[in-house]
Design a binder for this molecule. Structure first.
Ligand SMILES: *[C@@H]1O[C@H](CO)[C@@H](O)[C@H](O)[C@H]1NC(C)=O
Ligand SMILES: *[C@@H]1O[C@H](CO)[C@@H](O)[C@H](O)[C@H]1NC(C)=O
Ligand SMILES: *[C@@H]1O[C@H](CO)[C@@H](O)[C@H](O)[C@H]1NC(C)=O
Ligand SMILES: *[C@@H]1O[C@H](CO)[C@@H](O)[C@H](O)[C@H]1NC(C)=O
Ligand SMILES: *[C@@H]1O[C@H](CO)[C@@H](O)[C@H](O)[C@H]1NC(C)=O
Ligand SMILES: *[C@@H]1O[C@H](CO)[C@@H](O)[C@H](O)[C@H]1NC(C)=O
Ligand SMILES: *[C@@H]1O[C@H](CO)[C@@H](O)[C@H](O)[C@H]1NC(C)=O
Ligand SMILES: *[C@@H]1O[C@H](CO)[C@@H](O)[C@H](O)[C@H]1NC(C)=O
Ligand SMILES: *[C@@H]1O[C@H](CO)[C@@H](O)[C@H](O)[C@H]1NC(C)=O
Ligand SMILES: CC(=O)N[C@H]1CO[C@H](CO)[C@@H](O)[C@@H]1O
Length: 483
């Protein structure tokens, strides 16, 4: 392993309020010098008149208010309406969210991460009943509170965000590849979490996705157990604990897994990508959370991650996977019956790893973004509208990006992109101009070797927050958005 600077890593402050304080100090000078005594008297007279006016106004309006029925609510309406939900949806996310059960809001590099930008998951927490007003305004500069770090196990490699204990707050599951285990972090509701349990996986495990597979309204977790050639299914009991793991056999070295209803029967299905045999396994779900034996389709070489979405807007779910050694994304168009067309490959940068989707140019078609591990870039693939894609557009990131998450971070209704750097201690945030270009780029500093990232509202304020895992520090970092 590389050795990293021992200097203390401070969270990045993106805006500094000291500038305006400075200004206030400078203007605070005395004008009542002997030379300016007349000006001084005039100003004092004006001030006295103003104060009398204000007192009179308050007195009169008090009298009016006491005759009105409910002065207190009048006073509190503006305050109460601030934290209401944001209309940060996009058609991409809505079409993707059809593939995800409502209780799930995010999982890194899966379509669920896009669903975090749907109104559903954002207004999840007490959004209804309040009117939407000022929170729709975009903020010019992104701001995050200093991040909090929580211990993980060894090699935290992937995370999923979902309400795991049915309290309407988003919780976090972190896969520790080396332990191997999944740590369950339950949210107090304010964006602080506590470790509720750690459950064992079957073997070296690398990815986790969440969904309600047995329709009991409790979120379940499915983990890619790479060296066991299986998926581990953990059925939630609704309080952040899980029933005994069930192993579902797939191909060789499953490295990524995603879910969605491929055959339209109302039950969530699974797709796992098998790194060593260049296949994707499709497991169709029964209503009781068990699955038919997997069928396989061929992918490119060393397939690494997978995302589900409806790419051609036919209301049948499709999927796309990153082919690490072919430098391609393979797109699989679904027939709606659990079968898929052969893959259509599209070029990416070198060693595509993470993948997710979003409608970045607001044309109502779902686009793809990949992180390219070896050339430190992302590739954006814009949808032609029929499930075929244009040539990639690349943007530079920090060194060795593994994962990617998307969501509207600054309330401008455009979907932004966050890419952590696995060989460094920062994430690159690409702010979307609205037409699918990302001119505005910023860094967000966390712990070292940031492997996975997720976006969701963790404190119910209608703003999307960021979570990431650090391999070096063995931590989960939570950045609350105060934009
Ligand atoms: C993470 O590791 C770096 C490098 O060893 C260290 O400087 C930093 O303090 C650690 N962060 C935390 C939160 O422990
Ligand atoms: C959230 O609530 C918990 C438990 O009440 C508290 O310990 C923690 O400090 C709070 N976090 C924030 C960010 O307010
Ligand atoms: C969930 O409930 C079970 C059974 O009542 C209990 O054993 C377990 O400790 C609970 N888990 C949590 C995280 O509270
Ligand atoms: C689940 O449902 C399927 C299809 O109806 C059935 O074959 C299977 O035995 C059921 N499994 C369990 C554990 O109930
Ligand atoms: C599923 O696979 C298992 C083990 O490979 C096999 O024993 C079983 O018969 C298969 N079931 C079906 C319905 O094909
Ligand atoms: C699904 O539909 C396609 C196209 O209609 C068909 O070729 C294929 O055989 C069907 N697959 C199954 C499993 O029914
Ligand atoms: C999809 O649309 C593109 C651009 O309009 C067109 O070139 C291509 O032939 C279409 N492909 C299919 C399969 O319809
Ligand atoms: C996209 O919008 C940005 C900011 O408004 C602008 O600078 C850029 O030229 C636009 N690009 C395209 C291709 O329209
Ligand atoms: C982010 O940090 C990296 C490494 O320090 C630096 O090379 C890059 O220019 C920074 N990007 C921005 C937008 O500040
Ligand atoms: C106003 C409102 O919708 N309040 C709800 C907030 O969420 C809690 C917990 O789910 C509910 O009990 C409240 O009714």
């Amino acid at each position: 392993m590389n050795s990293y600077p021992v200097s203390k890593v401070e969270p990045k402050a993106t805006m500094d309020s000291s500038a305006s304080l400075e200004f206030a100090k400078k203007t605070k000078k005395s004008i009542c010098t002997p030379q300016k005594i007349r000006i001084c008297i005039v100003i004092i007279a004006i001030l006295i008149l103003l104060i009398i006016g204000v007192i009179t106004y308050i007195f009169v309006s008090r009298q009016n208010a006491s005759s009105s029925s409910n002065p207190i609510t009048v006073l509190f309406i503006p305050i109460g309406s601030i934290p209401t939900s944001v209309s940060i949806s996009s058609s991409a996310s809505t079409s993707v969210s059809t593939s995800v059960s409502t209780s799930v809001s995010i999982s890194i590099s899966t379509p669920t991460s896009v669903s975090t930008s749907t109104p559903a998951s954002v207004s999840n927490r007490n959004g209804s009943g309040m009117s939407t007003t000022s929170s729709n305004t975009q903020c010019q500069i992104l701001k995050f509170s200093p991040y909090r770090s929580y211990s993980t196990g060894s090699k935290p490699w992937s995370l999923a965000i979902a309400d795991l204990n049915n309290d309407n707050a988003n919780d976090i599951a972190v896969v520790n590849a080396n332990d191997p285990s999944v740590g369950i972090y339950l949210n107090y509701g304010n964006g602080s979490v506590k470790v509720a349990s750690v459950v064992s996986t079957g073997s070296y495990s690398v990815f986790v996705t969440a969904g309600d597979f047995n329709k009991d309204n409790n979120a379940d977790l499915v983990v890619a157990q790479a060296s066991a050639n299986s998926l581990g299914m953990f059925r939630g009991i609704g309080n952040g604990s899980f029933n005994t793991r069930i192993d579902l056999p797939v191909g060789s070295y499953p490295y990524g897994v995603s879910n969605g209803d491929f055959n339209g029967d109302g039950h969530l299905d699974l797709v796992a990508v098998n790194d060593y045999d260049n296949t994707a396994s499709i497991l169709l779900g029964f209503s009781n959370g068990t699955f038919k034996n997997n069928t396989v389709v061929s992918t490119g070489s060393y397939v690494t991650a997978v995302v589900t979405a409806d790419f051609n807007n036919d209301n049948y779910l499709d999927f796309a996977a990153t082919d690490y050694s072919s430098n391609t994304v393979s797109v699989f168009i679904g027939f709606g019956n659990g079968s898929f067309q052969q893959r259509r490959p599209y070029s990416t940068g070198t060693s595509p790893w993470g993948i997710t989707v979003g409608d970045f140019n607001k044309d109502n078609y779902v686009d793809i973004v990949t992180t390219n591990y070896k050339d430190s870039s992302i590739s954006l693939l814009y949808n032609n509208g029929n499930g075929t894609f244009q040539s990639q557009i690349k943007y530079k990131t920090g060194y060795y990006p593994m994962s990617v998450a998307v969501g509207d971070l600054n309330h401008d209704t455009n979907i932004d992109i966050v890419v952590p750097t696995a060989n460094d201690n920062y994430m690159t945030i690409f702010l979307n101009s609205g037409n699918g270009t990302f001119g505005n780029v910023m860094n967000l500093t966390g712990d070292w070797q940031l492997s996975s990232v997720g976006i969701a509202d963790l404190n119910g304020d209608g703003r999307l927050d960021i979570v990431a895992t650090s391999i070096w520090n063995q931590t989960l970092n939570i950045f609350l958005n105060s934009c």
